[in-house]
Design a protein around this ligand. Structure first.
Ligand code: AHR
Length: 534
């Protein structure tokens, strides 16, 4: 791509970039010229699935109780749902929410959470007692409130395929014992829940349902067969990984029953020991999700299921949740003070200064990777949506939108509905120890007329502004354009209760000269471009 520019052209662009940064308010002096170029192929565009903007909620810490659901709070509605939380989630245009876990699902029996008589039950996984006041009916009602589709992760731990089938009947059945029970509980119409997953992370020893590749495929097949007898239209997923030794046997045994394989990614493993790594350490992990996608796509190709089965990245986040000493497989004894102390240590997840511009930019890079692979990626679920490491921090008196909230909101609200194929040249790198990633990452989305474009440009550099040439077909935009910029006053900027708006998107008019735009350091920029075609 860079060879296309003559040296005279390059000098011209260099001088132009000097002019641009000196005339741009609030932008820092670039100390290096980065010849990033994004070449957008306007003949090669395809729709992506808006379910890439989806979320996950687990019965863990205060994601459900004290998060989305808090009966008795003056901020809650008559159903106990926090109004402020629901409103913020609607702003994210979340399409699908996965529930009730996570690892929690492997010890959860759905029948404990329906009907008039609900008993608190000790949870073997996270060591707490679940009051069961938020169950299937409440989850579906809450999904309707926030305008998303429910996605149920079944218990393939201490549950059975029969229990999964009965859950499907409770939700989607017209007749039968469990459909009748749903009706008696005040819900005459089937919920028609489309998305279901068999199990959670059954490849891992940490899981109650830890399995082997030999056993997992047949169990998924048996469960799927039973669930599909109740409702043949289900979109079924099963717990998978990018490890072919796990996922190929799964596809061989159960692939014809599945529409999705569920994979997870947390790129800073902080479950046991919480650390707050520096910006460069975090940001240089931004290209790792793409590697996972490549591996999973290779598995789909090898199995012959590529095009028939898609990827649900149904838990993702930069930072793994802190839950030292857990998950477990037996309830905690209330006199086990060491365990109680560990449970309390989960409050580490709440420390606000952890959620910085590195999280915001990592999330943007994650979404870029998934949108580029939109032929293969059906859904991605930020994990979690609320509290713990999620984009929305909820406390008794209000909410704080963390930096990642703004990234997700910008993508969901500003991106057009088709993704264009792009090629990138970005010679400069951001480095940390042995890792090096390109300074700029970009995607471009357009509407069906291909006249209106939203171009996402991420400058990952900690302190340097950088230039990028944007080219759509043969068109080099020139002039002032509307843009939304998320930058913060420092790479380590974060929001908290006292300063909830330190990092928030700014609507600006951005100058592009002969295709060249200056990107402020550590920023996500979405530029709206309209091509004037005859
Ligand atoms: O740390 C998040 C928890 O761990 C989720 O329950 C599980 O699915 C994941 O691995």
């Amino acid at each position: 791509m860079t060879e296309k520019f003559s040296s005279a052209g390059c000098i011209g662009i260099f001088l132009m970039s000097i002019f641009l940064w000196s005339s741009c308010k609030n932008q820092q002096k670039p100390t290096a010229y980065n010849k990033a170029v994004i070449d957008i192929d306007d003949n090669n565009v395809k729709p992506y699935n808006p379910s890439v903007f989806s979320g996950f909620i687990e019965h863990f810490q205060d994601q459900v109780y004290g998060g989305i659901y808090d009966p008795g709070s003056p901020l809650s509605d008559e159903n106990g749902f926090r109004r402020d939380v629901a409103e913020a989630i609607r702003e994210l245009k979340i399409k699908v929410v996965r529930w009730p876990g996570g690892c929690f699902a492997s010890g959860y029996h759905w029948k404990d959470g329906v009907g008039k008589v609900r008993k608190p039950v000790p949870d073997p996984v996270w060591g707490i007692t679940d009051p069961n006041t938020f169950g299937t009916d409440e989850f579906v009602k809450w999904c309707r409130l926030v305008g998303c589709e429910p996605y149920i992760c079944t218990n393939a731990g201490n549950g059975t395929p029969q229990e999964m089938k009965e859950w499907v009947e409770y939700c989607n059945g017209q007749s039968g014992q469990y459909a009748t029970e749903r009706k008696a509980n005040g819900n005459p119409m089937p919920y028609n829940i489309r998305y279901w997953s068999v199990g959670n992370e059954n490849w891992g020893d940490h899981e109650i349902g830890a399995s082997t590749p030999e056993k997992w495929g047949p169990l998924v097949r048996e469960s799927a067969d039973l669930m599909l007898t109740v409702d043949s239209t289900l979109i079924l997923a099963a717990a998978a990984t990018s490890d072919k030794d796990w996922t190929l046997p799964l596809l061989k045994a159960a692939g014809e029953k599945l529409k999705l394989i569920a994979v997870h990614g947390y790129w800073l493993p902080l479950w046991g020991k919480n650390e707050i790594p520096v910006y460069a350490d975090c940001i240089t992990r931004s290209e790792e999700p793409q590697k996972v996608l490549n591996e999973v796509i290779d598995i789909l190709k090898t199995s012959g299921y590529r095009g028939k089965i898609k990827i649900a990245f149904d838990e993702w986040n930069l930072r793994g949740w802190h839950h030292q000493g857990f998950p477990r497989k037996e309830p905690v004894n209330p006199s086990d003070t060491a365990a109680i102390r560990l449970i309390k240590k989960r409050d580490i997840n709440k420390i606000p200064c952890q959620y910085t511009m590195s999280d915001a930019l990592f999330s943007a890079s994650f979404l870029n990777a998934c949108l580029r692979q939109s032929d293969d990626v059906e859904m991605t679920n930020i994990a979690p949506l609320v509290n713990t490491r999620g984009p929305l921090f909820v406390y008794p008196k209000g909410i704080v939108k963390r930096t990642t909230f703004h990234t997700l909101a910008m993508y969901a609200n500003l991106l057009e509905s088709n993704i264009a194929s792009t090629s990138m040249t970005t010679p400069d790198s951001v480095r940390y120890e042995k890792r090096a990633i390109p300074v700029v990452d970009a995607i471009a989305a357009t509407d069906n007329t291909k006249k209106n474009w939203s171009v996402v440009l991420i400058n990952r550099h900690q302190e340097k502004a950088t230039t990028c040439t944007v080219k759509i077909g043969e068109w080099l935009p020139d002039g002032k354009f509307d843009a939304t910029v998320l930058q913060g006053d420092s790479p380590d900027a974060y929001n908290d209760i006292d300063n909830p708006d330190r990092v928030k998107p700014q609507n600006v008019s951005i100058l592009i000269k002969n295709g060249v735009v200056v990107l402020p350091p550590h920023s996500v920029n979405i530029i709206k471009l309209a091509i004037k075609r005859n």
